[in-house]
Design a protein around this ligand. Structure first.
Ligand code: GLN
Length: 508
């Protein structure tokens, strides 16, 4: 078999690229160049990247040289990866999609980035996102929105629209995202990609620019379940620099994904269909694809049970108190003194005036809205009524999960209530935007892992629909086994991966 050409290399999975690299069939320079060429050709339209790594080819050449010298390399050595701009990188700007951090180059790497480098993966660049990861469409990025490769007039989801679009436009085989309320799973859903929010504490948050520290998790984005697992294995595991990092050892997610590909992995698995995460407010095509997928799973031997999580109804409301509260505290450090932008009013000013002028220019409207909401919710006199109540709801949601997991091994729902919407459709109505995360937020509030994977195209608009799987905390491996099994069933039906049905992008 001849090695794939550049166009094929950008459509090859990370797992297959790793095998080709190990066998010496292609070099990392060839693989990296193919992706950089693809970025040059399509990213003018897609705008997935805020920064492309000028050193990518050089890093790839070093991997090739080490391989040629017979040095034993890690499994994914030489495979490129895109990195959400929320993650600190020593050698590239890290803006979190905000003007207040424009051009800021951190003095250290996030642990997950350091682990990618240790695995000898090739960072392709930093991907676009809603400012400080607040949003569901990337329209809140200070650097302009990313477009959905399936339809350039539509949003790629958010906040991690850049990572999902990069993967779905074949600009990168895999990417890193962060998920505070759905920012990995929702973009994955609307771009036909796979995305995983690990168990809280399963992947280090050190060097991830914090949005809401009790909810944030870094995770993989990819075009296949196995690829997500391979990246998860690289970035996951205990980090002494993150006080919330779980110290235990984790099983191999890649092994779990491979176990799902054996054909009978769904047999006897109790799949809990969450009653509150479907029905009213869900697009008809999302519901029909969802129910077809449930039938397919039942035919493969899964036991479909209906489960009820009565407090999920309050998840969005609780989240939009807890998140702004934590965010207002986390963003206080952007004070014009320590990082990035400084705006001095004409004629000078006091420290407070400089701070005010900087934050006025440096923060966008959604960030300001949430800082105001958060400081209000935390203020004396309102604290118990708002923040205190939200924390109680959080406990009730955790109990709902515990009760559901008595009846089911995994829980399922659509990953998002609709397919990709058009630019501007929800921008003027923050509440409509917030409701996009109705399916994904419960997992963040409870700290449990969630996976989104493509389950089909909605009949009314031909756009991707995502399936969400959730498992008990620390049972991420269960998601990979079930996810890989479902992916296999669906691909048998489609005659190949869903991404093969994506329309061809115009190239420059
Ligand atoms: N869309 C949600 C929000 O705006 C989730 C964001 C995220 O997961 N970072 O907060």
């Amino acid at each position: 078999m001849s090695a794939p050409g550049p166009a094929d290399l950008t459509r090859t999975s990370a797992a297959d690229l790793a095998a080709l690299l190990t066998a010496g069939e292609v070099s990392s320079v060839e693989v990296t160049r193919a992706h950089l060429d693809r970025i040059a050709a399509v990213d003018g339209d897609v705008h997935a990247f805020l920064h492309v790594n000028a050193a990518a080819l050089e890093t790839a050449a070093q991997v090739d040289a080490d391989r040629a010298a017979g040095i034993l390399l890690p499994a994914l050595a030489g495979v490129p990866i895109a990195i959400k701009d929320v993650l600190c990188t020593l050698d590239m700007p890290s803006t979190s999609g905000s003007k207040i951090l424009e051009g800021w180059v951190p003095p250290y790497d996030a642990t997950v980035v350091a682990r990618l480098r240790a695995a000898r993966m090739i960072p392709l660049g930093k991907t676009n996102m809603d400012e400080f990861a607040m949003g569901s469409s990337t329209e809140h990025s200070a650097y302009g929105p990313t477009k959905n490769p399936w339809d350039l007039t539509r949003i790629p989801g958010g906040s991690g629209g850049g990572s999902a679009a990069a993967v779905s436009a074949f600009e990168a085989p895999v990417a890193l995202g962060s998920d505070t309320g759905g920012s990995i799973r929702q973009p994955a859903a609307v771009t036909g990609s796979v995305g995983v929010k690990p168990t809280y504490g399963g992947v280090s948050r050190y060097g991830a620019i914090a949005l809401a520290s009790s909810l944030d998790q870094v995770g993989p984005v990819s075009r296949s379940v196995l690829d997500a697992a391979l990246v998860h294995d690289v970035i996951g595991g205990h980090d002494p620099r993150d006080a919330t990092s779980i110290p235990d050892a984790w099983p191999s997610m890649a092994a779990a994904a491979r176990a799902g590909q054996t054909g009978d992995a769904l047999k006897g698995v109790r799949v809990g269909v969450v009653k509150q995460l479907e029905g009213e407010g869900f697009q008809a095509g999302v519901s029909s694809v969802y129910h077809e997928t449930l039938e397919l799973m039942a035919k493969a031997g899964a036991e479909i049970v209906e489960v009820s999580a009565p407090h999920f109804e309050y998840a969005v409301a609780a989240y939009y108190l807890i998140l702004p509260a934590e965010a207002s505290s986390n963003l206080a450090k952007f004070d014009s003194v320590r990082f990035g932008l400084r705006v001095t009013p004409a004629g000078g000013g006091t420290v407070e005036e400089v701070m005010g002028a900087t934050r006025e220019v440096g923060f966008g409207p959604e960030v300001k809205r949430r800082i105001i909401l958060g400081t209000y919710a935390l203020s004396a006199g309102y604290y118990d009524a708002y923040y205190g109540s939200a924390q109680k709801v959080r406990t009730l949601i955790q109990r709902d999960f515990a009760a559901c997991f008595e009846q089911a091994d995994i829980l399922v729902s659509p990953s998002a209530p609709t397919t990709a919407f058009r630019f501007g459709e929800k921008l003027a109505d923050p509440l409509a935007m917030y409701l996009n995360d109705v399916t994904t937020i419960p997992a963040n509030l409870a700290g449990v892992p969630g996976m989104g994977l493509p389950m089909g195209l909605a009949p009314e608009d031909g756009l991707p629909v995502g399936l969400q799987l959730m498992a008990p905390a620390r049972e991420d491996a269960r998601l990979y086994t079930a996810g890989a099994a479902i992916e296999q069933l669906l691909e048998a039906q489609w005659g190949g991966p869903l991404w093969a049905k994506a329309p061809e992008l115009r190239t420059a």
